[in-house]
Design a protein around this ligand. Structure first.
Ligand code: BG6
Length: 484
């Protein structure tokens, strides 16, 4: 981290699920690896519940179960917890945010290294309905007032709205208070190792440059599966559904990196300019290229209405109307309560013209990038079956990260992204126009689903989703290969 000076990280919604599962563990890991200097940093929790500093610290200790057990981390954990303070108050209370500002200012004065500069990072681990009042309060009472440098930044989480209109409204409200370089819209898929590898893979390998287009690629699949249901999040989930929860953000961001043109440099603005162009080239989704599903038992959750049509599974085909991709289906598929937990990108190449081995029905070349679990990249190739006979077989060129990079531990997406917010690097964050273009793609379909015009088909928990989704894939030209 290049800048120095006091650094206050303020987690709003400190007792919520996100703070517990992601934000505090990521902060601890950054601290443990030396990325948060204890001479500079202080962490503040802000939430409504009236608890003491010590109670919040104990709660956080409770979240970090594995760290508590690891003897090399236990001492660091105790030191880390001492850096945490708590301020309680409502999310629209002047008085609460004034107290928060006092606490931050006290910390800034106490840090000898600060030399008067002030860095303030506000992490909104909160539902979007409170973003407007909270941003207003931060702007009015808690921004950096030092003449000697520093900054104020805010980090916001999805869902950024429910459709184009509500997202634009939210963007305008926050945009009236903070400039775009101060706003970090997190999509944690952009922090995953193999997602970050995508541009390197595409633009640093001569091998892929001439192949990455409609002449060679038959179809692209971006697939997310979870082997558990909504588990206590039914109320939240039912308002959003799988398209808003996973496809419109995580999978679409991955699509951008697979499909974008080469940026003129690695500057965040150049990369994001190219992503926006891809999104703007997507043509309206047709209902016949959508299959929705809902797992059986989803409505048993008491917070889910009995007649809910909310999809917990969806396959949608996006078509990019440009020179590189015309005619290539991008199949985005996501589902909860499925047979496995997996996320991958599957690039299927066209058949070999004039195949003298007559091996086409054995499968096409496929390049698979497994985002999780067990990060890997592998390429399915046709090779000669070893032995006396001339037989062909599908095999794999396999780069499994666990085997190849045994001594490297892969950082959690949130660690990387929080570090970027401190460094001021917006490359892996969603820009306002990107967000707008992403909502433009899905809003008409979402409205049709909300009105019940596109129905969710029931599927069994632990299955592959509705059979209609496999039929859609086939129709789109996906040919199943061995081992899939
Ligand atoms: C979140 C969704 O954004 O991503 C969850 O709201 C989902 O529903 C989660 O479980 C998946 O993240 P990961 O990193 O486990 O794939």
């Amino acid at each position: 981290v290049s800048e120095t000076g006091s650094l206050a990280i303020i987690v709003l919604g400190a007792s919520g699920d996100l703070a517990k599962k992601k934000t505090f563990p990521a902060l601890f890991h950054l601290y443990h690896q030396g990325f948060l200097n204890p001479d500079e940093v202080h962490i503040f929790g802000y939430a409504r519940s009236k608890i003491s500093d010590e109670e919040l610290r104990e709660k956080i200790r409770g979240y970090l179960v594995d760290e508590r057990k690891a003897s090399d981390k236990a001492e660091a954990l105790s030191k880390f917890l001492k850096l945490i303070k708590y301020v309680s108050g409502p999310y629209d209370s002047e008085e609460g945010f004034k107290r928060l500002d006092e606490a931050i200012s006290e910390h800034e004065i106490s840090k000898k290294t600060s030399e008067g500069s002030s860095r303030r990072l506000f992490y909104l681990a909160l539902p979007p309905s409170v973003y407007p009042p909270v941003s207003k309060m931060i702007k009015a009472w808690c921004t950096n007032k030092s003449d000697l440098g520093g900054w104020t930044r805010i980090v916001v989480e999805k869902p950024f709205g429910k459709d184009l209109e509500s997202a634009e409204q939210l963007s305008s409200q926050i945009g009236a208070l903070f400039d775009e370089p101060q706003i970090y819209r997190i999509d944690h898929y952009l922090g995953k190792e193999l997602v970050q590898n995508m541009l390197v893979l595409r633009f640093a390998n001569r091998l892929f440059l001439p192949l990455w287009n409609r002449d060679n690629i038959a179809n692209v699949q971006i697939v997310f599966r979870e082997d558990f249901g909504t588990e206590g999040r039914g109320g939240y989930f039912d308002e959003y559904g799988i398209i808003r929860d996973i496809i419109q953000n995580h999978l679409l961001q991955v699509l951008c990196l697979v499909a974008m043109e080469k940026p003129i440099s690695l500057k965040p603005e150049h990369i994001r300019d190219e992503k926006v162009k891809v999104l703007q080239s997507v043509i309206p989704i047709k209902d016949e290229e959508v299959v929705l599903g809902q797992y059986e038992g989803y409505r048993d959750d008491p917070t889910v209405p009995n007649d809910s049509n909310t999809p917990t599974f969806a396959t949608t085909i996006l078509r990019i109307d440009n020179e590189r991709w015309e005619g290539v289906p991008f199949i985005l598929k996501a589902g909860k309560a499925m047979s496995s937990k997996k996320a991958d990108i599957r690039i299927q190449f066209k058949d070999v013209p004039g195949d003298i081995f007559k091996c086409q029905n054995q499968g096409r070349n496929e390049f698979v990038i497994r985002l999780q679990p067990s990060e890997a990249m592998y390429m399915k190739l046709t090779v000669k079956q070893p032995g006396l006979e001339m037989q062909t077989v599908q095999s794999e060129l396999d780069l499994s990260y666990k085997q190849r990079y045994q001594d490297v531990s892969i950082p959690e997406a949130y660690e990387r992204l929080i570090l970027d917010t401190i460094k001021g690097d917006q490359q892996h964050f969603v820009r306002r126009d990107e967000l707008k273009a992403a909502w433009e793609i899905f809003t008409p379909l979402l409205h049709r689903i909300d009105k019940g015009e596109v129905k969710s088909i029931p599927y069994k928990q632990g299955s592959r989703g509705p059979a209609e989704a496999d039929q859609l894939l086939k129709k789109a030209g996906y040919t199943q290969t061995h081992g899939y």
